[in-house]
Design a protein around this ligand. Structure first.
Ligand code: PLP
Length: 606
C-alpha cells in the first residue's frame, strides 16, 4: 500500500517528511484551510515523491497554473468538481483524485460519472470542513464498493488505527485500497508534522507486504509489467521522444477528438454493429455477439489506427508518411488515409510478399502510394520493418512512421491501443442496449501483433468479471515447427523496439513464424499481451489452420458472413471450449474475408 502525507506547509518540515520517502506529499491550495500552502515554492524533493495539489472548487486555470509552477504530479479535488472539469485536467499528464466524503452510509452511484476519467477516488470523513476533520468513518461501508477504480483511504487516520488498518486489510473492501492518506493526526500544529510519529506509522506492515493492484495499462516509463519500453537506435531517439511527449496531449485536445470521431463516423462507418449471431449461438448453446469490424471501410479494424495516426502526424506538422507491411493490409490502410489527407506515402514491403500479395500492391499503387521492395534477408515483413526504420532515421524531421499494430517502441503500443479502444467503448453501450449490461462474460479476439485485441479489451482490462480470451495461430500445430503461437513458443526478447514475448532460437535469432493467415503470421505479440499472458489476466488459446478454416466456413453457412481468416481463428474457440447457455461472449470479427478468397478456394477446393 502507498502512503500519502497531506497538508504540508513549512519548508524544513517538508524536507524532513520527504526524507521518510512517502509516495505522495499533499499541498493544500485553499485559503480557508489552516494548512493553506501560500509559500512561493516547494523545496526540492526526491523524484519518487509525487507532489499533489489539493483544491476545492478552484478555477481550472488556477489549478493548471499551480501544476506548472510547482511541477505537481497529482491533483486532489475536494469540492463539487464535475466529470467534465476532471476531463479537462486529463491532458496535463497528472494523476487525478476525486474526493468523496462518507459518514455512515454512501451512495456509490455518484462515482459512476467519474469512472475512467479520474485515476483514483479518495474517501474521506464527512464533516464541517472539506477534509482535515480528524476522525475516521466506518470503513465497512466500503464492503459494498462496486468499482474497480483504486482508492485512497483518508480521514482521521492516526497511530491509534494501526489495529483497525490490519483488520481492514483482511476485508474484501481493501482489495482496491491503493493508499492511505494521513494528515491531522500526525501534527504538532496545523501543517507541522510530527516526524517521530510518522516514522512509527511508516513501520507498520501495511506498507510492506500488501498486494499491489495489478495495472494492465502502460506506466509512465512505457512498460506493461516487465514488457514494453523503447529499445531503439540512438539516431531514432528524437523522433520517438517527440511522439512520446506529444501523443497524449494531442489525443485529448477537443479539436483532435472531434476530427477523429467525425472521420470514424463518416469515413470509416462507425459505430460498427454489435451483432447477435443467433444461429451460431444456437449451435454452441450460448450467447455469441460479433463486433463487426469487418464492415469498416477497407474491411478491417486497421483503419481505426491509421486514421488516428495520420491526424497525429498532421498535428506534428509531418508531411511524409512511411509504413511497413507484410500481407499488405496495413499498407492499404495507410495508403488510404494518406490519399484522404493528401500526404506522401511510402510503404516498405518484402520482395517475396510483393509477389505473393499482388492485389494489395495494386490497391496501394491505385491509392497513390509508392511501394518499395525490401531486398535483404528473407525479404519479408521484418526486412520491410528494417527498411522503414532506416528511412525514419534518415528523415527525422518531416516523416511520421505509422506502425500497424500494438507493437513498437513506447509510445506506439499505447497510442495504437487508444485509437483502437473505440471498439470496446462501443461494445459497452451496445451491449447495454441489447443485454442491459455493459460487461459480457467473455471477450475474444485473435492476436497477430495485438491491435484488434487491445482495442477490444481496453475498457474491460480492469473489469475483473470479464474474462479475456486471446487467440493465437497454431499454424500446422504448436509442436510442428510451423506455428505462430507466441505465448506457448515465445521467450522474452526484443523485437520492433520493445521487450516482449518472441519466438526465437536459443541464441536469440528470431524464428520465422507460420500461419495460413497473413495477419497472424508474426513472431511476437505486443507488450500489453505479453503482460496479460504473464499475469494470467487473459487466457491464451491456439487454433490451427484447419480449425480456423472450418470455423470460417461455418460462419458463412450459419450467418451469411465471410470472415477474414484471422477472425476465423477467434471463431474456432467454440469447438475447443464450452460455455454456459447464458454466458454472453463478444467476439471481435476483425475483418472480412474478401482478401482471403483465394485461400479459401484453394483450401476447400471450391
Ligand atoms: C492485421 C489483421 C489482424 C492482426 O493484427 P492485430 O494487430 O493483431 O489486430 C487480425 N485481423 C485482421 C482482419 C487483420 O487484417
Amino acid at each position: 500500500m502507498k502512503l500519502k502525507v497531506c497538508g504540508m506547509k513549512y519548508q524544513d518540515n517538508i524536507k524532513q517528511v520527504a526524507s521518510l520517502q512517502p509516495d505522495y506529499l499533499g499541498f493544500i491550495f485553499y485559503k480557508n484551510s489552516a494548512r493553506n500552502f501560500d509559500t512561493e515554492s516547494i523545496p526540492e524533493l526526491p523524484k519518487s515523491i509525487k507532489k499533489t495539489g489539493v483544491f476545492v472548487d478552484a478555477d481550472i486555470d488556477v489549478v493548471i497554473d499551480k501544476i506548472k509552477r510547482h511541477g505537481l504530479k497529482a491533483v486532489q479535488l475536494h469540492g463539487k468538481e464535475s466529470p467534465n472539469y476532471c476531463k479537462e485536467l486529463q491532458s496535463k499528464n497528472i494523476e487525478i483524485f476525486k474526493v468523496f466524503s462518507i459518514k455512515d452510509e454512501f451512495d456509490f452511484s455518484v462515482l459512476k460519472p467519474y469512472e475512467g476519467i479520474v485515476d483514483y477516488f479518495l474517501f474521506d470523513t464527512k464533516g464541517k470542513q472539506p477534509g482535515g476533520n480528524g476522525y475516521t468513518f466506518d470503513w465497512s461501508v466500503l464492503n459494498n464498493y462496486p468499482s474497480t477504480t483504486p482508492f485512497f483511504l483518508s480521514g482521521g487516520i492516526g497511530l491509534n488505527q494501526i489495529e483497525d488498518i490490519k483488520k481492514f486489510q483482511q476485508s474484501e473492501a481493501s482489495k482496491y485500497c491503493y493508499a492511505l492518506d494521513i494528515n491531522s493526526k500526525f501534527e504538532i500544529e496545523p501543517g507541522l508534522k510530527n516526524i517521530e510519529d510518522l516514522k512509527k506509522f511508516k513501520q507498520i506492515p501495511a506498507f510492506a507486504g500488501m498486494t499491489e493492484i495489478m495495472n494492465y495499462n502502460v506506466n509512465e516509463k512505457g512498460y506493461y509489467g516487465e514488457f514494453g519500453g523503447a529499445f531503439i537506435p540512438e539516431m531514432l531517439y528524437p523522433n520517438v521522444e517527440e511522439l512520446r511527449q506529444n501523443y497524449l496531449k494531442v489525443m485529448t485536445e477537443p479539436d483532435f477528438k472531434n476530427e477523429f470521431d467525425q472521420l470514424l463516423k463518416d469515413y470509416v462507418g462507425r459505430p460498427s454493429p454489435l451483432y447477435f449471431a443467433k444461429r451460431l449461438s444456437e449451435k454452441y448453446n450460448t450467447k455469441i455477439y460479433l463486433k463487426r469490424e469487418d464492415l469498416n471501410h477497407t474491411g478491417a479494424h486497421k483503419i481505426n489506427n491509421t486514421i488516428g495516426q495520420i491526424l497525429m502526424a498532421k498535428r506534428l506538422a509531418k508531411t511524409r508518411i512511411i509504413a511497413e507491411t507484410g500481407a499488405g493490409q496495413h499498407g492499404v490502410a495507410t495508403a488510404t488515409v494518406c490519399a484522404l489527407m493528401g500526404l506522401e506515402c511510402i510503404v516498405y514491403m518484402g520482395e517475396i510478399d510483393i509477389a505473393r500479395q499482388a492485389p494489395n500492391v495494386a490497391r496501394m499503387k491505385m491509392l497513390g502510394a509508392k511501394v518499395v521492395p525490401a531486398l535483404s534477408g528473407s525479404r519479408t515483413l521484418k526486412d520491410a520493418t528494417n527498411e522503414a526504420i532506416r528511412d525514419w532515421i534518415n528523415n527525422p524531421v518531416n516523416t511520421h512512421y505509422i506502425i500497424g499494430s500494438a507493437i513498437g517502441p513506447h509510445p506506439y503500443p499505447d497510442m495504437v491501443t487508444r485509437f483502437q479502444a473505440v471498439i470496446s467503448e462501443e461494445i459497452k453501450w451496445q451491449l447495454k442496449e441489447q443485454e442491459n449490461r455493459e460487461n459480457p462474460d467473455y471477450i475474444v479476439a485473435c492476436i497477430g501483433g495485438g491491435s484488434n485485441a487491445a482495442g477490444t479489451y481496453y475498457h474491460y482490462l480492469h473489469e475483473l468479471d470479464v474474462s479475456i480470451i486471446a487467440v493465437e495461430a497454431a499454424g500446422l500445430g504448436v509442436d510442428s515447427g510451423e506455428s505462430a503461437a507466441t505465448s506457448v513458443l515465445g521467450k522474452e526478447g526484443i523485437i520492433h523496439g520493445c521487450k516482449t514475448l518472441l519466438m526465437q532460437t536459443n541464441d536469440g535469432q528470431i524464428t520465422e513464424p507460420y500461419s495460413i493467415s497473413a495477419g497472424l503470421d508474426y513472431p511476437g505479440v505486443g507488450p500489453m499481451h505479453a503482460h496479460l499472458c504473464k499475469t494470467k489476466r487473459a487466457e491464451f488459446l491456439s487454433i490451427t489452420d484447419d480449425e480456423a478454416m472450418k470455423a470460417g466456413l461455418e460462419l458463412c453457412k450459419l450467418e451469411g458472413i465471410i470472415p477474414a481468416i484471422e477472425s476465423s481463428h477467434a471463431l474456432a474457440i467454440f469447438e475447443q471450449k464450452t460455455f454456459k447457455p447464458d454466458d454472453v461472449i463478444v467476439v471481435s470479427l476483425s475483418g472480412r474475408g474478401d482478401k482471403d478468397l483465394e485461400n479459401y478456394i484453394d483450401y476447400f477446393k471450391i
